[in-house]
Design a protein around this ligand. Structure first.
Ligand code: GDP
Ligand code: ADP
Length: 197
């Protein structure tokens, strides 16, 4: 399908993906569309069903996977996550830049498809800072926090492999990380804006 190139944001839980992408979508309203994933985890306070995620039961999720409704799915920290084909099609039908927020397994599986996105990794400055951010966010139990930190170690190693990501952004200072993210995407952003004129 033609249209703007999608963007995959990945990186450890707590690295700052949602913070950066929410800001980007706010500054460039009408340019980006978020691919709303399915998950079996519970919603956090403030999260909206259908906006942040489609919150579903394991049975419902498995049913969708069996029906081949997902382009990729993975287990993360004891829960299932997946990108449905329709979540991407909904955004692409509007000629918007589709943003996906997926873990490293999602990156590897999307590489097997013909989506052809720009792959961006958001990394924390260190494990210590990541742990502090995750604790301060106050969304995790000790168990899910430890699972996220374990997954983060794997993610940080794999993201160093050459060729996996087009760019790795270290989110130390938020302003700097945001400016870097914008500079990577500005060409695609302007294409969409020009097409809307
Ligand atoms: N493979 C895959 N990973 C996803 C998907 N949606 C979210 N994730 C990843 O699942 C992980 C956990 O997400 P979440 O529970 O929202 O926690 P958070 O990243 O700490 O805010 C993150 O690494 C997300 O990038 C998806 O559709 N597919
Ligand atoms: N550059 C930064 N400096 C300090 N805190 C940050 C920075 N970026 C994000 N945070 C905070 O760290 C926590 C994790 O960020 P979040 O966007 O939820 O990460 P992710 O979506 O990658 O799991 C949030 O509480 C967020 O406000």
């Amino acid at each position: 399908m033609s249209g703007p190139r999608p963007v995959v944001l990945s990186g450890p839980s707590g690295a700052g993906k949602s913070t950066l992408l929410k800001r980007l979508m706010k500054e460039y309203e009408g340019v980006f569309g978020f691919s709303v994933s399915h998950t079996t985890r519970n919603p956090r306070p403030g999260e909206e069903d259908g906006k942040d995620y489609h919150f579903v039961t394991k049975e419902k999720m498995q049913e969708g996977i069996d029906k081949d409704e997902f382009i990729e799915n993975a287990e993360f920290s004891g829960n299932m996550y997946g990108t449905s084909k329709s979540s991407i099609e909904d955004v692409q039908a509007q000629n918007l830049i589709c943003i996906l927020d997926v873990d490293i397994q999602g990156v590897k599986n999307i590489k097997k498809t013909d989506l052809n996105p720009i792959y961006i990794s958001i990394q924390p400055p260190s494990m210590e800072i990541l742990e502090k951010r995750l604790r301060d966010r106050q969304t995790e139990t000790e168990d899910s926090l430890q699972k996220r930190l374990e997954a983060a170690r794997i993610d940080m190693e794999l993201s160093k492999e050459p060729g996996v990501f087009d760019i790795v952004i270290v989110n130390d200072d938020l302003e700097e990380a945001y400016e870097k993210l914008k500079s990577v995407l500005i060409e695609e952003i302007e294409k969409v804006q020009d097409a809307q004129k």
